[in-house]
Structures are given as C-alpha cells and as structure tokens.
Design a protein around this ligand. Structure first.
Ligand SMILES: Nc1nc2c(ncn2[C@@H]2O[C@H](COP(=O)(O)OP(=O)(O)OP(=O)(O)O)[C@@H](O)[C@H]2O)c(=O)[nH]1
Length: 370
C-alpha cells in the first residue's frame, strides 16, 4: 500500500470541524490498544470513535498475519456518513516492520497535523505492545510532535484466563500476559459471558501479573472514555497520581512457575542519579541481576518515584523493556517530608528481596544523606 493510503481523519462531534483543546505543548497523544485475539479491541475502537468526546481521532490499524501482510478496514459511521480507514503494515520481523512502517505512517499523518488531535493504534492480538510503545516513546524525531499517552489492554472475560495461564515452551513469553504486564489500563470485556466466579478468577489472574494497573470490567468494550484517553501514563504529569498508587501497590505472587508478577519495594533516603542509572542499566541492559536459581530477572515494565540528590521535586522512573527514562515531576518534596524511593517492577523471575538488596547496594553511598 502506498503512502497516501495512511489513515485519514475521523471527524468526531456534531460537524467534525471543532478542534479539541491542544495537548500540552501542542503534541498529539498516541494510545496503544492491545489485547489478545478477539478480546474486543476493534469494538473498543469503534466505541471510542463514535462516542462524543470532541476530539478528532486518527486511527492506525496494525495487523500482522501468518507470513503475509494483511489489511483491515474499519468503517465508522458518524452523522450518517461512512468513513473507511485503511492502513497496511508489511509483514516480516515484527519489531522492524512495526517500527519502519509505523514511523513512516506517523510521518505521513504528521503532515496533516492540525487536522486531528489524537492517535489510536490498535495492535494485532499477537503483537508485543512493548515494541510498539518503544517506537512512540523515544523516537527523537517524532518526540516533539507526538507522545505516548498510554497502553490499554482488552482482556476477554471468557477466554482470558486460559490465554493468561497457557504454559509456553521454555524461553518463550506468554503474549497475553505480556500485554497485561505492559498495560496502563485493563478492560476486562465480555462480562456477559461469564459467572461472577469466573470473572473473579480472571481479575485475580490479571492482578497477579500487574499490581499497578487500573482494571475496568465491561461489555461491548463500553467504558468511560476519561479512563482511556489522556492518561499521561508515560510522562511526568502522571507523577501526582502515581504517588498514591505506589503507596497501595503490593508485591504479587505467581500462580504458575515463570509467570509474570509485580514486585514493589521502598528504600528511604536520597540517591544519586548516576547510581540509579547503574541499577536500572544492570537490570534492563546488562541483565546481570539473577534470582535464587540463577535465572535472569526479566523486567517488562518499570515505574517509580524516587528522591534524587540535588532535585527539589520527585523524579518519575519509567521503563519498558530496555528503554527507560527519568523525569522530574511537578511534585515537590516538602521540607519535613521523609525522602523515599518507591519502585514497581513487572516481569519474570523477579525476587523482591534480591532486587531490593541490589538496589540498596547500588545506591548505598547516598543513604541517609540529603
Ligand atoms: N458477548 C459479547 N461479545 C462481544 C463483546 N465485545 C465484543 N464482542 C464480540 O466479540 C467479537 C470480537 O470482537 P472484536 O472487537 O473484533 O475483537 P478484537 O480484539 O478486535 O479481535 P481481533 O482483531 O480479531 O484480535 C466480535 O464478534 C464482537 O462483536 C461483549 O462484551 N460480549
């Protein structure tokens, strides 16, 4: 498919002419919608596009088939008119294909800047949303015009448990679990198809993977859009809400061997930025932090608020796979406030005590100083 086939605009609202308020800095948010096959992603997309929210939304559909490129159409009826949106991303290596074609598609979209103010990107049910997120989170050329707002993962209430608990051969990750691990919002959909007991099991399973994520339960992917759009999950604006969340997050326990879990810990005191970088790089890049059995701790998502020496405000730590970022938030440390570092890690082979020990050892020099 040629460049001009990138998604067109989807006018939203009574006449489609009104622009919503610009995002901070005039940048356009990107929300990644992920979830296992048939969970209800397209249903969610259609719901968002047809709800009233005073935004003009561009849609990217990212489909990969078995061995050949697929294309998919999405027809949106709005105000009696039918808009058909197309985007085809060529198949091949998943990450490269997503990256190359995705950036190109966005570049094309950017040329129409001003005509839309939100991007929704639906990944295929088998995609690693982390690879897609990395592309939007760090690309420096695009960084100034768009930003990753959040990852929304739809879970099928009926089949989700089976997908989440499916044992993969050694070394392979369960994609459904990874999608839950990376999510900033989980929508458990199709609740009409399950009993309360079954729903509890799915909810428990989701929570055991991701102790931080907000969970909504619904039918036909109908959710209050304020929970889905403008999450600011990857920028320092989320610092305020993250603080409360971190205080309540608990370390979870694996239901299965090798399952993805959430680990959280607190360490008081100020730390040096370079020591924090060292800790994170050992974990995410060098991968030299091991569990008791010698397995490498595999961190998929990292979030935290820390107290960096010389900084008057809390610093937010964000990580997705091997990428991470530190950014000062608008939350100032109060004069009499106890300085503290809180981290949440989601991944495999995580051992809370070992990670905490490694953290303390890496930042030790600065403990107790202010
Ligand atoms: N019973 C029931 N069916 C639903 C619900 N939500 C969506 N469906 C149906 O489930 C099927 C799959 O929904 P989609 O929105 O296409 O799911 P998807 O995640 O986009 O699917 P893929 O793109 O194939 O991965 C469709 O037939 C929907 O109509 C729900 O809450 N309850």
């Amino acid at each position: 498919m040629e460049d001009e086939d990138c998604p067109d605009l989807v006018p939203i609202g009574a006449d489609g002419a009104e622009q919503a308020d610009a995002s901070p800095g005039g940048r356009i948010p990107v929300t990644i919608i992920t979830g296992y096959l048939g969970a209800g992603k397209t249903t969610l997309l259609n719901y968002i596009l047809t709800e009233q929210h005073n935004k003009r939304i561009a849609v990217i559909l990212n489909e990969f088939g078995e061995g050949s490129a697929l294309e998919k159409s999405l027809a949106i009826s709005q105000g009696g008119e039918l808009y058909e949106e197309w985007l085809e991303l060529r198949n091949g290596c998943l990450c490269c294909s997503v990256k190359d074609n995705g950036v190109k598609a966005i570049e094309n979209l950017m040329q129409r800047r001003g005509k839309f103010d939100y991007i929704l990107l639906e990944t295929t049910g088998l995609a690693d949303p982390g690879a897609v997120a990395s592309m939007f989170w760090v690309d420096s050329e695009l960084g100034s015009d768009i930003y990753l707002d959040g990852i929304v993962s739809v879970v099928d209430a009926k089949h989700g448990l089976q997908h989440l608990t499916e044992q993969k051969p050694e070394g392979l990750i369960n994609e459904a679990s990874r999608q839950v691990a990376l999510a900033d919002l989980i929508i458990i959909n199709k609740t009409d198809l399950v009993s309360e007991e079954e729903l509890n099991k799915v909810r428990t399973s989701v929570r055991s993977i991701n102790g931080l994520v907000k969970i909504l339960e619904t039918q036909r992917s109908r959710v209050d859009l304020s929970n889905v759009l403008d999450l600011h999950a990857f920028d320092s604006l989320s610092g305020v809400s993250l603080q409360k969340k971190l205080e309540h997050v608990k370390t979870t326990h694996a239901h299965l061997d090798k399952a993805i879990i959430t680990v959280t810990f607190e360490v008081p005191g100020n730390i040096k930025e370079e020591n924090l970088n060292l800790f994170i790089q050992n974990l995410l890049w060098e991968k030299n932090v091991k569990d008791k059995t010698g397995c490498t701790m595999d961190v998929i998502r990292l979030k935290g608020l820390v107290s960096i020496q010389g900084k008057s405000h809390q610093v937010i730590v964000q990580g997705v796979h091997e990428l991470y970022d530190l950014e000062e938030t608008s939350v100032a440390w109060k004069e009499d406030e106890k300085r503290i570092n809180r981290l949440v890690l989601i991944g495999r082979n995580l051992d809370k005590e070992i990670i905490k020990e490694v953290f303390i050892a890496t930042v030790r020099e600065e403990q107790g100083n202010s």
